[in-house]
Structures are given as structure tokens and as C-alpha cells.
Design a protein around this ligand. Structure first.
Ligand SMILES: [Zn+2]
Length: 671
């Protein structure tokens, strides 16, 4: 752990971390070294004061943003995200996309549910001179030109911000908290507040990277320090990014001050109902982490499961990628029907569970591991989630499935009845990592819908998640079977080490993979990332018949007829049904226990293999080791010439059992 931490510090020093930052407040526990020394460029830091008015569901806030231009070109304007305006009306790009993707009902949500954010001030201070930018601000829609979208605001500057220059921006705003959309909002007296303040975009050499809020994508921001005062009703519990460093009571209000350095976002929650649990993660080679769990009272019995799943994520991510440097993490179990579950924020995430959650079902472990895993991919390696969402969601889904397999195997298929209240766990249906963990069933029907290399916000909204999460998990696991886990693990740790607290692009990941594996994997990435091609290899023809007499019963014209054992000619035709090309092999098994294997580059649309052997063939399989997990139809990968053996029976019985038990249970309950 230490050598890596030192390397990070050296890297940050080389980047030239700027000194003008909000002063870190005194930390109640003396502060961890990670809070004292810059791990990241810290070029977008916020001091925020916000007040929640529960009666009107309103937040009023003020922020001072200390922003440094880290690009090599001057910034001619400032751009900010105003995410809450996605739910201002049904004409925002977010709403239009959500409706286009098939969710028509969302347009009919009551007016009461909607929310918005209005800026009330915007000033900039440079070399002691303050300029009011508020009158110059205008809404822009850089992605789709939608004049109704108000999720990005821009203010032109009379003098551009030079490379390396630091400015201070004062903003103020009022917002109405929505009834949850996109996991931020309120229900009753539960609040989960995310994407809630005017957030400055990321200025790059090419200009502002400040996308509108899209229905299928998340966020992208620069690192900084957050020093945030949250004024909420007295007696309400608060959880947030960072650690609480100060608490002030005044009348029926309490102000909670949270502080965190080296993060790129800040979210928080408040509710009078939370039950708090604390635990600690300890490991022989990784830094300790204080875990704070805010649980709904009705889920008290599940506290240990959330803690254990978080522990598993910190352990395996720590061992496979690198250490978690913040020393603390907060896990939130959102209120029932809040819609806030399953989302990541720096040092802070929501899991989500149900009242009855049987042991060895997938939840709440799976979602907890996923969101804890985002602390590493998204939190520390801060990729652009709007353009390359697969880099966090996909790699994280792959890793999540791997951790579930390591730490919580076996786990079983579960189905819920009576409006989701009553769970039933199918103990004879263990879920497999390669199919269920990698989410093949949801990928298969939409596999060709988008090139993964298309900016994610332009994916078809209805299948964006399958291309982002599922496809990546499948191709990463395929890579693991091609290269071996040891090599893939070194790829992941090298990538993490090199790009922690930075914004790597897809090419950065691919070049680490090539470098560490010592192979040129371009052919692979060009297909799985650079195209929408799907993979499907199939056994088309499989015959094994006695060979004809010609040439087999003695030489023509020979005097003595030599009687040999009857040979069989085995014929296999393998087809490439998809556009994707993947080198593979074909295995034939014979009655006498022999085996024959042919390598195939997988290029032609079909390939004939023939062999003559003394025994009859009984089975033929293409890709018998199931290396190519992206193959969208595994049922055509094998053929058999005798009544289904044990393996085939097992394969089919799973599907059959799901169907049967589903129906038995349905009739048992309702007839
Ligand atoms: Zn995720």
C-alpha cells in the first residue's frame, strides 16, 4: 500500500497542485494523511452553505468555487451543470429521452413530483476584482440543441481564463427538491440530495466538456475539496460525502459541516428515521476504513450483510486494483419507494434492500458491492461517464460479479411475489458468474444496438445500460479467459495506479492492456468496443457414420481382403453466424473416450472438419471451454449424437426448473 501511495503523491506533485484551496477544517479525529496531502489536482473546489426547508421542499444555497484552468488553452466562458432542471418539465432532454426509451408513464407523473434549480447569483473574482456574470448567463444545449433544456448554463467572460490561472466564482441558487427522479429527491421526510448544486464543467484543451443531463448517462467533474455546511431540521440524521467535522445547533435547526478532499462530487442525505451502525474494515496490507451505515429501521436485521458486502468490496478492490485512500465510507439504505437506491457518490453510496431478504439471495450484497466498487472506478479513476460510461459501469459490473463469486458463492435465483413483498429463493438454481453475473440475458436481445465507442449519451436510451454494463462485463470476462486472471489483474492494478485521480480515456485502458499482457489486443477491442458486431458460433452439421468400403477394406486390387475394424467418418461444419470474429477451437469426443481438437481462426462464415477414426463420435462443441462469453447463443455451440448426457441435461434443466417452479409457485399461491 505504501509504495503506491507514495507514487501517487509524486504524480500529484508533478502535476503542480495549486495552493489556493479552502482551508481544511480541524478534523475531529486529527485528520487522516489522505486529507492533509493532495492526491488529486484539486482544481475545482467548493465551499457550500445550504439550507433545506422541509415544508416547501426547497434548498437555498451559496457556493464559492475555486477553479483553476488545467487545460493548455484559455477558457472564454464558464459553464455549469444545473441537473435539477432535467425535471423542470417534460420537455427537457432527459425527459424526452426517457420517454423515447419507452417510459411514457414518466410524462404523467404529477406536477407535484417535478423539481428545478434557479441560479440567483453568479459573480467571478479575479485578482481582487469582482464581475457580475449573472446578467450574461444563458442556457445552452451543446448536445442536441433543445431550446427547452436548461441543464447547462454558460456565462461568457470578457477576459478568458488563462491556462494555469485560478479564479473564484460565487454562485447562489434556489431549488425545489423533486419527488425522486434519477435517484435524487425526496419522499415523506426522507431526502437524498445529489446533483443538486451548480457544478462547473470540465475544461479541456478542446473546450468545455459540459454535457446536458441525459437520461442514460451520469456525470463528469474535476477533483477538488468540498467544505459544505448543511442546515437541516434539528434531530434529523445527516450522511454525506466526507466526514462531519463540526455541528452547530440553533433553535430547531442544526448545521452539519462536512469536509472531503480529492473528490469530484458531493451528495448528502437527511431523515429523522435512520439507524446508524458503525464498523471498521481492516486488512493486513490495505489502509483501514471506518464504515458508517445509515439503515432504515425496518432493515435493522440486515446491517451485518451491508457491512460484510462493503468489506468484501474494499478487500477485493483493494487487492486487485489498489488501496482505498479516504479512510471512511458511508453506506445508505434509502427509504422504501424513495427510488434513491443503488447509486455512487464519493465516499458515500446508496445500496437498497427490502424488508424480507433471504440469505443467499443476490441482494443486498450485489448492489452493495457494485456501489462500493464505484469508489474505485468513478470515484478514484474519474472517467467521463457521459461519454465512456462502460469504463466505470462495465469494469465495475465485471468486478462485482467476480467478487460475488469469491465472497458470496453460492447465491441463488430469487423471485418476488405479492407485489415484491414475498421473496422465494430457488435453492436448486445457483446463479453463475459467467451468465448471470455478467448479465447475459439482458444483453442478448439488444447486443447489436450500439457501437460501444459511440459517446454513451448517444446510445439508444432503451438499451444503453445493457451495452454499457453487460457487454463490458462479458468482454472483460472473455479477456480473463483468454489471458488468465493473473494477467487481467495486473492490467487492472496498473491502470488504477496510473490513472487514479485522473480522467483516462478508453485508449488509455486499451494501451495498458496491450502493455501488460504483452499482446496486441487491438483486434479484440476494435470489435467489442469499436463495433456493434455480435458473436455467435454454432455447430451446424455433425455426422459420424461408417465410412464407405472404398479405400477402407484393403487396397484396390489387393489379393487378400484385410478385415479391419469398421472406421467412422466424422463430419463437423461450424458456422460463424455473427459478424464478430474470434479464434476458437472445435472439440469432438468419441465413444471410445478419444478426443479430437481443431483450432480455427474463426474468420470464414463456415468451416468443414472431417476425420476418420475407429470409433463413432458422440459430441461436437465449438469453443468447448466457453472462452467467448459474448457468444449470444450458447445453445447452438454443441451437438450430440446420443441421447442427452448429463451435461446437456443439466443445461436444459435450469431453464426448465425456472419455468416449472415459477408455475408451481404461482398456482400454489393463487389457485
Ligand atoms: Zn454502477
Amino acid at each position: 500500500m505504501l509504495p503506491r501511495a507514495v507514487a501517487l503523491l509524486t504524480l500529484v506533485a508533478a502535476l503542480g497542485v495549486h495552493a489556493r484551496q479552502p482551508t481544511p477544517p480541524p478534523s475531529p479525529d486529527g485528520g487522516s494523511p489522505a486529507e492533509q496531502t493532495a492526491l488529486s489536482p484539486r482544481n475545482a473546489s467548493y465551499r457550500i452553505d445550504a439550507r433545506l426547508d422541509h415544508d416547501t421542499r426547497t434548498i437555498t444555497g451559496e457556493a464559492v468555487i475555486t477553479w483553476r484552468n488545467t487545460a493548455s488553452t484559455a477558457a472564454p466562458s464558464l459553464q455549469f451543470h444545473l441537473y435539477y432542471n432535467a425535471w423542470r418539465n417534460t420537455e427537457s432532454s432527459w425527459m424526452r429521452e426517457r420517454i423515447l426509451g419507452g417510459n411514457r408513464a414518466i410524462a404523467n407523473r404529477p406536477a407535484e413530483d417535478f423539481g428545478w434549480i434557479d441560479m440567483t447569483a453568479m459573480r467571478v473574482t479575479r485578482q481582487g476584482v469582482q464581475t457580475d456574470l449573472f446578467p450574461r448567463r444563458r442556457f445552452i444545449a451543446p448536445d442536441d440543441g433543445n431550446p427547452q433544456d436548461r441543464t447547462v448554463v454558460e456565462a461568457p467572460l470578457a477576459t478568458p481564463v488563462a491556462p494555469g490561472e485560478t479564479i473564484e466564482i460565487q454562485v447562489a441558487w434556489t431549488s425545489r427538491v423533486p419527488r425522486t427522479f434519477a435517484r435524487t429527491g425526496t419522499i415523506g421526510d426522507f431526502y437524498f440530495i445529489a446533483q443538486w448544486f451548480p457544478k462547473i464543467g470540465v475544461f479541456q484543451d478542446e473546450g468545455w466538456n459540459c454535457h446536458q443531463f441525459h437520461s442514460a448517462t451520469e456525470f463528469f467533474a474535476d477533483f477538488g475539496t468540498y467544505d459544505v455546511r448543511l442546515d437541516v431540521p434539528r434531530g434529523w440524521m445527516v450522511g454525506a460525502t466526507g466526514r462531519e467535522v463540526e455541528r452547530t445547533e440553533a433553535g430547531d435547526r442544526t448545521t452539519h459541516r462536512y469536509y472531503q478532499a480529492d473528490v469530484h462530487d458531493f451528495a448528502w442525505t437527511t431523515s429523522p428515521d435512520y439507524i446508524e451502525h458503525r464498523a471498521r474494515f481492516e486488512h493486513p496490507t490495505l489502509p483501514a476504513v471506518d464504515m458508517r451505515l445509515l439503515l432504515q429501521p425496518e432493515h435493522g436485521s440486515q446491517a451485518e450483510r451491508h457491512i460484510e458486502a462493503t468489506r468484501a468490496a474494499l478487500k477485493y478492490y483493494g487487492e486487485w486494483y489498489g488501496p482505498y485512500p479516504y479512510g471512511h465510507v458511508t453506506i445508505v439504505d434509502p427509504a422504501w419507494q424513495s427510488g434513491a437506491g443503488g447509486m455512487e457518490y464519493p465516499t458515500f453510496f446508496t445500496a437498497g434492500t427490502r424488508w424480507l431478504q433471504p440469505a443467499r439471495a443476490v441482494q443486498p450484497e450485489s448492489v452493495t458491492i457494485h456501489e462500493a466498487g464505484h469508489q474505485f472506478l468513478y470515484g478514484i479513476v474519474a472517467t467521463n461517464e457521459v461519454e465512456h460510461a462502460w469504463m466505470d459501469e462495465g469494469l465495475n459490473t465485471y468486478t462485482q460479479a467476480r467478487i460475488m463469486d469469491e465472497a458470496f458463492y453460492p447465491h441463488y435465483y430469487a423471485k418476488r411475489y405479492f407485489g415484491g413483498f414475498v421473496p422465494w429463493v430457488f435453492r436448486d438454481l445457483p446463479l453463475t458468474r459467467d451468465v448471470d453475473g455478467n448479465r447475459m440475458p439482458a444483453y442478448r436481445p439488444v447486443a447489436g444496438n450500439d457501437d460501444q465507442s459511440t459517446p454513451t449519451w448517444r446510445y439508444w436510451p432503451g438499451s444503453a445500460s445493457a451495452i454499457t454494463y453487460n457487454k463490458t462485463a462479458l468482454w472483460m470476462h472473455t479477456l480473463e479467459r483468454m489471458l488468465g486472471w493473473e494477467t487481467v489483474q495486473r492490467i487492472l492494478s496498473t491502470y488504477f495506479d496510473r490513472y487514479a485521480f485522473r480522467h483516462p480515456d478508453p485508449e488509455d485502458f486499451f494501451s495498458v492492456a496491450n502493455e501488460v499482457s504483452g499482446e496486441d489486443l487491438t483486434w479484440f477491442f476494435d470489435q467489442v468496443y469499436g463495433s456493434s458486431n455480435t458473436f455467435d458460433y454454432a455447430i451446424d452439421v455433425f455426422r459420424s457414420q461408417p465410412a464407405t468400403a472404398n479405400g477402407f477394406f484393403g487396397e484396390p486390387g489387393s489379393q487378400t481382403l484385410e478385415i479391419r475394424q469398421m472406421p467412422y467418418r466424422t463430419t463437423v461444419v461450424v458456422r460463424r453466424l455473427g459478424e464478430g470474429i474470434f479464434p476458437t477451437n472445435v472439440r469432438v469426443r468419441f465413444e471410445n473416450g478419444d478426443e479430437e481438437r481443431w483450432q480455427w481462426d474463426g474468420r470464414d462464415r463456415w468451416k468443414l472438419f472431417e476425420i476418420e477414426r475407429p470409433a463413432r463420435a458422440i459430441s461436437a462443441e465449438v469453443d468447448p471451454e466457453r472462452v467467448l462469453l459474448l457468444d449470444v447463443d450458447m445453445t447452438n455451440n454443441s451437438a450430440s449424437l446420443r441421447p442427452a448426457g448429463d451435461r446437456a441435461a443439466t443445461k436444459w434443466s435450469l431453464a426448465w426448473l425456472i419455468w416449472l417452479q415459477d408455475h408451481l409457485l404461482t398456482y400454489g399461491f393463487f389457485v
